[in-house]
Design a protein around this ligand. Structure first.
Ligand code: SF4
Ligand code: SF4
Length: 404
């Protein structure tokens, strides 16, 4: 970390702490309860909310399983009272679903809630070549494979994964496929997940009349947080359940991982919005589990947490908010938000395997920025886009056995 950066952060922290009373008074996050130890918190009941009209009641903190590979961790989470476990067809090439299947196979089916996500090939909904029959086949076959790995007859929530436009959400053949999944009993409820353009996707999900749940990125560093919040309010009013992801905005402010985000504060901040039913922070170890589970008992932000959020909000960080403002300015039309997401997976999550999977799925040339003399893309958050593209694209050449 550079000295001037340390100085700036310390200055902000001191200033904000010095004026803590004024700061508290001026924020809607103010609270009179500032003590917040785990043990004290656990004397309170778990905070639960209804997942829209599905009627499913969930603790406000759930388990994002994407990067977890330990059955013992899942078993510990069950003991901690976590109920919803979120995976996807593509996570860890199917091993993520298989691991959950092993853990859950001996448990009563109504003692947990399981969500998975199925993604169509990129641009399937844009080519115009898809027929109902081919889409149904691709989507439902992937669902069958997921169920087999999970050793289950049905999933509680089935998401169409990573949609980012209204057209994709309302794509008639897709709606037909999810309705078939539901009719067959293989999905109790259906939803969409979105990493970018969240307000448009959430509003389209309401208009679909089909989707019951939306899984969306929500965090305190989002430039469009107010729009996301407003769309979620409309969705909740329409009876959709809202699940939040990316609540911790990449986990770190810097690629060197020397400036961690206050993840507990970030999670509390998101869940203070009562229109959101639950969040699925990624949990990879027992410390993460203990910290996240404690939020189930107490959403109160301490003074220090509020200051951390206020200071961290101005940091560029690793989280690309998917606003797409850069995309029209790139002459090559690179999928910059997706490449930036791979960058966050690499440096924020230390998950180069997941990052490479994402990069490979984009089918990019080896050095996509190579013959571009000047980067005209321009990032709303001042990321150096070409530098990050060049940095993370090196992963595609790293042999599998060296990936973490
Ligand atoms: S350098 Fe910038 S403008 Fe050029 S291809 Fe890369 S991202 Fe696009
Ligand atoms: S790279 Fe910057 S401008 Fe582009 S989508 Fe991400 S946050 Fe927005």
């Amino acid at each position: 970390m550079r000295m001037n950066e340390i100085g700036r952060r310390n200055f902000l922290r001191t200033t904000l702490f010095g004026g803590a009373s004024a700061f508290l008074a001026s924020t809607s996050l103010a609270s009179s309860h500032l003590k917040n130890t785990c043990d004290e918190a656990k004397e309170k009941p778990i905070i639960k909310r209804k997942l829209g009209k599905t009627g499913i009641e969930l603790p406000i903190v759930s388990f994002g399983v994407m990067r977890a590979d330990s059955p013992a961790l899942i078993q510990a989470a069950i003991k901690e009272g976590l109920v919803l476990y979120d995976t996807a067809h593509g996570y860890q090439n199917g091993k993520n679903e298989e691991m959950l299947g092993e853990v859950f196979k001996d448990l009563s089916r109504d003692s947990f809630v399981l969500s998975t996500k199925v993604k169509l090939e990129d641009d399937d909904t844009k080519t115009g070549k898809l027929t109902s029959a081919s889409l149904n086949k691709e989507f439902l076959e992937k669902l069958d494979i997921s169920l087999k790995r999970l050793k289950m007859d049905y999933v509680d929530i089935l998401y169409v994964h990573a949609l980012s436009t209204r057209d994709a959400v309302l794509f008639p053949e897709m709606l037909e496929a999810v309705m078939l999944a539901k009719k067959s009993g293989k999905a109790r409820h259906v939803g969409v997940s979105t990493h970018k353009n969240e307000p448009e996707v959430i509003l389209a999900a309401i208009d679909s009349g089909v989707y019951e749940v939306v899984l969306a990125s929500v965090n305190y560093k989002q430039g469009q947080y107010a729009e996301v919040k407003s769309a979620m309010k409309a969705a909740a009013k329409a009876g959709l359940g809202i699940v939040a992801m990316k609540t911790m905005a990449g986990g770190f402010h810097d690629k060197e991982r020397k400036q961690p985000i206050n993840c507990k504060a970030a999670l509390k901040f998101v869940m203070q919005d009562e229109n959101i039913t639950t969040a699925i922070p990624g949990i990879t170890n027992f410390d993460h589990l203990t910290m996240n589970a404690s939020v189930n008992y107490d959403l109160t932000l301490t003074t220090e947490e509020q200051v951390d959020l206020a200071v961290g909000k101005s940091e560029g960080g690793l989280y690309c908010q998917g606003c797409e403002r850069c995309v029209p300015n790139c002459p090559k039309g690179l999928p910059i938000p997706e490449i930036m997401r791979a960058y966050m997976y690499t440096y924020g999550y230390s998950d180069s395997r997941q990052a490479r999977e994402l990069l490979t799925s984009l089918k990019l040339p080896e050095n996509p920025c190579d013959d571009c003399s000047h980067c005209s893309a321009g990032c709303a958050k001042n990321f150096s886009i070409s530098e990050r593209v060049n940095d993370v694209m090196r992963l595609t050449a790293v042999p599998e056995e060296f990936l973490s």
